[in-house]
Design a protein around this ligand. Structure first.
Ligand code: FES
Length: 129
């Protein structure tokens, strides 16, 4: 079976590297909202849902939500539980460990809006599960 629909990653010229179309969203932030019922450490124990809700509202209030801008997403365990609560921003792949709404506001106003990494909130690179 063949299709004549255009391929969004078709190379511009033979031998040229494929170039994807512009990303639908400029940035994504994923919040781990994982909850464990067995008592093990998880981000839900640290009010991750409230931080997610606050981030969604702050992004919307700042006029940053929508296509070409920022998307705030829920995620399951991101496998960095020992550093939780965590969130990660793509495409930069920057991990944050936050404590309160002021931290979320800094991530929104600096990183999501301007692309500036909030260094004081960076998750230690060696902290995993
Ligand atoms: S429970 Fe949040 S990173 Fe694993």
């Amino acid at each position: 079976m063949s299709s004549t629909a255009p391929n969004p990653v078709t190379p511009a010229a033979p031998g040229a590297a494929a170039q994807p179309e512009a990303s639908y969203f400029k940035r994504h932030i994923f919040f781990c909202l994982n909850e464990r019922s067995n008592g093990q450490e998880c981000c839900a124990q640290h009010d991750a849902q409230a931080a997610f809700d606050h981030c969604k509202a702050a992004v919307k209030a700042a006029g940053l939500s929508g296509p070409g801008q920022v998307r705030v997403n829920k995620a399951g365990c991101l496998d960095r539980c020992a550093a939780g609560p965590v969130a990660v921003v793509y495409p930069e792949g920057v991990w944050y460990t936050y404590v309160d709404n002021a931290d979320i506001d800094d991530i929104v106003q600096l990183h999501l809006a301007k692309g500036e990494v909030v260094t004081r909130l960076l998750t230690p690179p060696d902290m995993g599960r």
